[in-house]
Write a protein that binds this ligand. Structure first.
Ligand code: ADP
Ligand code: ZN
Length: 316
């Protein structure tokens, strides 16, 4: 039995799974939410406990790792995490190789998920695709000519920081109106909160959203925004449509520039429902030239895309 261990360090959760080579089903799978004050060492500690409970004394042939932040894939070094403190220049590949004595591959979650969808999911049989994750952050990963394209410095695919509204709100990267600033889950929550905090007395909408958090606006999340929108809350719909619009503009521009066959979208925010998908599809189509063909489809592997990509990354 040849086992592969796959690890996923997300912005809000940690997941690990093992699989027999060639199998399409996890042998065992574990997932844990990051604590509110997570840092690199708590993440590593939790991941270690997941690994030992999965392995049950067995040894994997290789380990593949998906990391939610910029990674130097050639050395397997994490550059930083935008969402969890303390990940600056952590040699994750070497740490894991030292501890487990097997080859380890590490790459950015969007690149890894692109690989996963290409090998096992919505990208099977496609030569060119752009995978986009819309979750705690917004990132992208390329498959071009059937292979990952990471860019000269490993930074290709940063659709999250394409500017779609130069006069928009300031993003964590310092620019205004990035796709991520309008479409990530936490930023959607922030946008809704800011409108609710400054809501003029006569303005309609927001009641359902307010009700969902019992007036405690700190508890707002992207998920609650989409739940309120589905329940008919106009303010929530406005925030969600702006997010879908931002993604649509970004995707249309990427289509014009690179002309991939497929866009494959995953991450928590893409579960926001039919309305979100319709706006996104329409705006992308309106943004791209009429001659530029593409399809936008949801991930097939769901939340497991990075983990299956991590399996593919080991190339065993
Ligand atoms: P991670 O960023 O850790 O990979 P996810 O892909 O689950 O995790 O993304 C989490 C983000 O997605 C959160 O901000 C959450 O509020 C948001 N989210 C989850 N479900 C939905 C939904 N149905 N609609 C909109 N946003 C959602
Ligand atoms: Zn930005």
């Amino acid at each position: 039995m040849t086992l592969i261990l796959a690890l996923d360090f997300g912005g809000t959760k940690l997941a690990a799974a093992i699989v027999n080579v060639g199998s399409r089903e996890w042998l065992r799978y574990e997932r844990r939410l990051s604590p509110a004050k997570a840092d690199a060492s708590t993440d590593l500690e939790i991941m270690r406990s997941l690994i030992y409970s999965l392995l049950q004394g067995t040894k994997p042939a290789a380990i593949g790792v998906s990391f939610g932040g910029p990674v130097d894939a050639s050395t397997g070094t994490v550059r930083l995490s935008h969402h969890v403190a303390g990940w600056e220049n952590i040699p994750l590949k070497h740490l894991l190789e030292d501890e487990f004595g097997v080859p380890v591959g590490v790459d950015n979650d969007a690149n890894v998920a692109a690989l996963g969808e290409h090998r096992f999911g919505a990208g099977q049989g496609y030569d060119s695709l752009f995978y986009i994750t819309v979750s705690t952050g917004v990132g992208g990963g390329w498959i071009l000519n059937g292979k990952p394209w990471r860019g000269a410095g490993g930074m290709a695919g940063e659709i999250g920081h394409i500017v779609v509204d130069p006069a928009g709100p300031v993003c964590l990267c310092g620019k205004r109106g990035c796709v991520e600033r309008l479409a990530s889950g936490p930023y959607m929550a922030q946008n809704a909160r800011e409108i609710l905090e400054n809501v003029p007395p006569k303005r309609q909408g927001g009641e359902i959203l307010r009700g969902l958090v019992g007036d405690d606006l700190k508890l707002l999340t992207g998920q609650l925004v989409s739940e309120a929108a589905a329940a008919g809350d106009d303010l929530a719909k406005e925030v969600l449509h702006k997010a879908a619009w931002a993604l649509g503009v970004g995707i249309g521009n990427v289509a014009n520039l690179m002309n991939p066959q497929r866009f494959v979208l995953g991450g928590g925010v893409t579960k926001a429902g039919e309305d979100f998908w319709q706006v996104l599809q329409r705006v992308a189509r309106e943004t791209a030239l009429p001659e530029v063909d593409f399809e936008i489809v949801p991930v097939v592997l769901g939340d497991d895309a990075p983990l299956w990509g991590a399996v593919a990354l080991t190339s065993i």
